[in-house]
Ligand binder design. Structure first.
Ligand SMILES: [Zn+2]
Length: 308
């Protein structure tokens, strides 16, 4: 079995204002780096059309209606100070959800060893009823609930190594002990949540990292907090909220990781997926705003996934 990659041209058509860090070129940089011969064994599949009904796994209907109503006929509209939508944003967001859910199907039905979804917009800041932080819907949360609904997964772990705290994922699963949410993130930093003391129903594990720290503190947080929590939880599926903005080149944060750290963390989670989850591992792109840092980090991450 191989590593599967989902992409779709519509992900380039979710437009943001000029100068916005969350831009289509991010995916072009990923496409270019994965074009290398080293990735010829990747099973590249166009993301399927998403099922809009699955958005309701994580978001209330009136909120979904409000997002849909905000999508413009032309141009770009602001949803909040740093979140925007263009005419194709709805289709992009729903297709990202379709890809994530298909990835869940793939690992439960044995079509792929593991899956990386290169989509935008990202999702981990989207709370139950608030689109924010470049995110419209919480793709990872929807995929976790989809695994529970469709494949009867009892426990799903979401590991979020994006440099920003996934306030949205934490909000959605705050009182749901069937989903473990573990996050490493810079603190203080946007969105301001993610203190160690925020533990939900005992299913939220935050590992904040001080600005200007790097590999050692990140790996220590993984080894001392994230991995033991996964071992205790014994998930049926591991979903990675894979943001690459903790890379040292990233302009939005001050954590100094390198590609090697993402390679290492990927390997650690694959090992846990092997131990607890029948190897079922799905990785969803979140942030990462320096094109070179993003591309090299994705190459390390996907390369590690392909090693099996
Ligand atoms: Zn981020």
């Amino acid at each position: 079995m191989t590593t599967r990659l989902y992409t779709h041209p519509v992900f380039l058509e979710h437009l943001t204002p000029a100068g916005h860090p969350e831009r289509p070129d991010r995916l072009r940089a990923i496409e270019r780096v994965l074009d290398d011969e080293a990735f010829s064994a990747l099973d590249r599949v166009e993301a399927p059309e998403g099922d809009e009904a699955t958005i309701l796994y994580a978001h209330p209907e009136d909120f979904v209606g409000r997002v849909r109503a905000a999508i413009p006929e032309t141009g770009i509209v602001s949803i909040d100070a740093d979140t925007s939508a263009s005419p194709k944003s709805w289709q992009a967001a729903v297709t990202a959800i379709g890809a994530a859910n298909a990835a869940v199907d793939d690992v439960f039905e044995g079509r792929a060893a593991n899956v990386f979804v290169a989509a935008r917009p990202p999702g981990h800041h989207a709370e139950k009823a608030t689109a924010m932080g470049f995110c419209l819907f919480n793709t990872a949360a929807i995929a976790a609930r989809y695994a529970q609904e469709k494949h009867l997964a009892e426990r799903v772990a979401i590991v979020d190594w994006d440099v920003h705290h996934g306030n949205g994922t934490q909000d959605i699963f705050w009182d749901d002990p069937s989903v473990l949410y573990c996050s490493t993130h810079q603190m203080p930093l946007y969105p301001g949540t993610g203190a160690k003391s925020e533990t939900g129903a005992g299913n939220i594990v935050n590992a904040p990292l001080a600005p200007s720290t790097g590999s050692d503190t990140f790996r220590d947080a993984f080894l001392s907090r994230v991995l033991p929590s996964i071992d205790a939880f014994q998930p049926d599926l591991i979903i990675i909220s894979a943001g690459f903005d903790a890379h040292h080149r990233d302009p939005l944060a001050a954590i100094n990781l390198t590609e090697d750290d993402f390679d290492w963390a990927t390997g650690q989670l694959m090992e846990r997926a092997g131990r607890h989850s029948g190897n079922r591992l799905v990785s969803l792109l979140e942030g990462g705003y320096d094109l070179q840092g993003l591309a090299f980090s994705v190459a390390a991450h996907v390369g590690r996934l392909m090693k099996g």
